[in-house]
Design a protein around this ligand. Structure first.
Ligand SMILES: Nc1nc2c(ncn2[C@@H]2O[C@H](COP(=O)(O)OP(=O)(O)OP(=O)(O)O)[C@@H](O)[C@H]2O)c(=O)[nH]1
Length: 328
């Protein structure tokens, strides 16, 4: 009797594309992500923030996307171990729920080296069979102090790993600033695609359809990265302050500590309005705040997250004291 030949064809597993967005503190990653999600709503998002309190997810409130946060450290060090189980769970949820998103977008913290994320995605056998790295994008602010390239090694590492470099905040930069940063990008990422985005506005098709580069990753374990020279504190603001008062207090702090205070973010409540206010500051500059839609989960306690370099003793107390001085 002739044995029936069993079909040995195995259906290939669909690999979900992953886009990694890196870039230095305040360079416009979340703004770019916000713009991308408006055109690509079928995305699952993972946000990594160095600060202990997550702020970025509030900026993405209007998008109804599956969103996970990894806060209180970097994907290249403190929270690196959390990415693999998170991606595994996400994939299993995708398999069980009718493939409910089309891609994963990972926004790393502003001081993370994207190499670690690539390392996980490309070397873990289970993950690499189910995810494919579509592109690594790095945002670079046109108004960034060029000394940051020497001062913070994270900046060059982020640019070196990029398939696409997106120059942001060009509307705030003069011609000299733009040329200086552009020259650095030509030197550090000559093979990457160079794009521009003002307020996250970018040609989404270019981003979503970019093919990946072949990356020569190290075969062995990654070498230990030098520890980041950054500190972070989260300061609760239980007493509501008007935006004017807050602006005065924060302007003083960002000017007085302009060398050390690299990033300031916060979700605060003001007496003028029940909707929370998202505040943003980067290296000596305060941006206009954004009013967010109110949510049931809003607890009325404002929070400031500060990322700084060097030792500033009792920085949280200094911030609270400055706010109290301005209020009185
Ligand atoms: N004028 C202007 N402002 C921008 C642009 N892109 C971003 N911003 C502002 O710059 C500030 C920082 O932008 P984010 O998108 O939060 O930067 P980020 O890289 O996600 O910041 P971290 O995750 O904290 O490192 C916010 O106040 C943005 O509104 C731009 O192209 N033009």
């Amino acid at each position: 009797m002739q044995a029936t030949k069993l079909s040995t064809k195995i259906k290939p597993i669909h690999r979900i594309p992953v886009i990694i967005i890196s870039g230095f503190l305040g360079s416009g990653k979340t703004t770019l992500l916000n713009g991308l999600l408006s055109h690509a709503p079928k995305s699952a998002v993972i946000i990594n923030e160095f600060g202990a309190t997550g702020i970025d997810q509030h900026l993405l409130r209007q998008h109804k996307v599956p969103l996970s946060t990894l806060v209180g450290g970097c994907l290249c060090c403190q929270v690196r171990g959390s990415l693999t189980p998170l991606l595994k769970n996400l994939r299993m949820a995708w398999d069980a729920n009718n493939n409910y998103f089309e891609r994963v977008i990972i926004e790393t913290s502003g001081i993370a080296n994207p190499e670690s994320v690539l390392d996980i995605l490309l070397k873990d056998r289970w993950l690499s069979a189910r995810y494919s790295v579509q592109s690594a994008i790095t945002t670079v602010s046109a108004i960034m102090d060029v000394q940051h390239f020497e001062r913070f090694p994270e900046v060059a590492a982020q640019i070196a790993w990029a398939d696409s470099v997106v120059l942001t905040q060009t509307d705030l930069a003069d011609a000299f600033q733009q040329q200086s940063i552009q020259a650095k990008l030509d030197q550090l990422a000559p093979a990457a695609m160079h794009l521009m985005a003002v307020q996250g506005d970018i040609d989404v098709d270019v981003i979503l359809n970019t093919g990946k580069k072949i990356r020569p990753l190290l075969k062995d374990k990654l070498p230990l990265l030098a520890a980041h020279a950054f500190n972070t504190i989260s300061v609760p603001l239980p007493v509501a302050m008007s935006w004017q008062q807050l602006h005065t207090a924060l302007s003083y702090l960002t000017t007085y500590y302009s060398e050390q205070l690299v990033r300031l973010k916060g979700l605060v409540y003001t007496p003028e309005c029940p909707q929370p206010l998202l505040i943003q500051g980067v290296a000596g500059r305060l941006y206009l705040p954004t009013r967010l839609a109110q949510r049931v989960s809003d607890d009325g306690v404002g929070r400031l997250v500060v990322i700084y370099t060097g030792d500033i003793a009792n920085f949280a107390e200094i911030i609270l004291a400055q706010c109290a001085i301005t209020r009185s």
